[in-house]
Write a protein that binds this ligand. Structure first.
Ligand code: SIN
Length: 311
């Protein structure tokens, strides 16, 4: 039987942002309004009790490992309660895809964990937060829902596919070459694809490592571009970086000077993976590759490498 409680974990973001005027959608401060207040007046699924918990109040550009650790443990705590149908996480949009992917890796939940946010602050006369939060609650209350998803502007996206694709528009998220998993219209959830599934045994062991780790292994992203050189990689190696994700051009290609520096970094014990800076598609490996590739976009490849190095 489905639980009748939905837990809403607040982490900040524009959805909880406050501006001096109701028409100002730019000069606001993110992470100001308490998560309990974000639920006032929001349509909630019939027969469900809501429980709000403030995990933190940050602008998600400042997201860090410690917040991720606490958030993952709070999700795991609530998902272990049989009366909880699902968890909604209110979050800034800027790093939402990274948090969603991180939670996907360390939870792989059999119930839904739904991230949502807003492009306009809570004080805006045209705020999009209330609709997104209502949609997220509807998804969390859906029988059979599972996995980590992002619900935004009426669409349901899988954590593994979702990315912020627009800097300002209300339809700010997409799933790249994959279609959204489903749609939410006036509280009605229509799924076109199966809910995301993950490896729960692997997730449990990753979560234990995350819980016990005092800090995360330093993994940086280096981009390829016209004229890219070895300097940044050499500096990172000197600083003791544990891993580097190379955001290559096209099919993960790298300027020869940058590639040489990365090969040397790898020989010195740094974990190196190649991704692509292209918004769509992922690196297809071939026999002449000198460096391993990741099928993930750079920011998610970084999360995956960081978790691998935690081992
Ligand atoms: C943030 O990511 O916390 C600020 C921007 C936003 O939520 O849209």
């Amino acid at each position: 039987m489905i639980g009748r409680k939905i837990v809403v974990l607040g982490t900040g973001g524009t959805v909880a942002g406050r501006a001096a005027s109701a028409t100002d959608n730019l000069a606001y401060t993110a992470g100001q309004v308490a998560v309990a207040d974000l639920l006032h007046g929001v349509a909630r699924p019939a027969g469900f009790e809501l429980l709000a918990e403030q995990v933190t109040q940050v602008d998600s550009k400042d997201m860090d490992f410690e917040v991720w650790r606490i958030l993952a443990l709070r999700c795991a705590h609530w998902l272990a309660q049989p009366e909880v149908a699902g968890v909604v996480v209110t979050h800034g949009t800027d790093t939402m895809e990274e948090t969603a992917f991180f939670l996907h890796c360390v939870l792989a939940p059999a119930r839904p964990v739904v991230l949502t946010g807003a492009m306009r602050p809570a004080t805006s006369v045209t705020a999009d937060g209330p609709r997104n939060v209502a949609d997220a609650l509807a998804v969390a209350a859906t029988a059979g829902a599972q996995g980590v998803v992002v619900v935004f502007a009426g669409q349901v996206h899988a954590a593994a596919e979702v990315a912020k694709t627009h800097a300002h528009r209300l339809e700010a998220f997409g799933s790249g070459e994959s279609a959204p998993l489903g749609l939410v219209d006036e509280g009605g959830v229509r799924m076109a694809h199966p809910w995301p599934a993950g490896d729960s045994a692997q997730a449990r062991s990753l979560l234990q490592r995350v819980a016990a780790a005092p800090s995360w292994p330093r993994v940086e992203i280096v981009m390829n571009y016209a004229g890219a050189g070895p300097g940044i990689v050499e500096a990172l190696v000197k600083q003791g970086v544990r891993g580097i994700v190379a955001a290559g051009t096209g099919n993960g290609t790298l300027h020869r000077s940058l590639e040489e520096a990365l090969v040397q970094a790898q020989s010195a014990g740094v974990a190196v993976v190649r991704s692509t800076r292209c918004a769509m598609g992922s690196v297809v490996p071939h026999a002449r590759d000198r460096l391993p590739h990741s099928p993930l976009p750079p920011v998610k490849a970084r999360v995956a490498l960081m978790l691998e190095l935690l081992a």
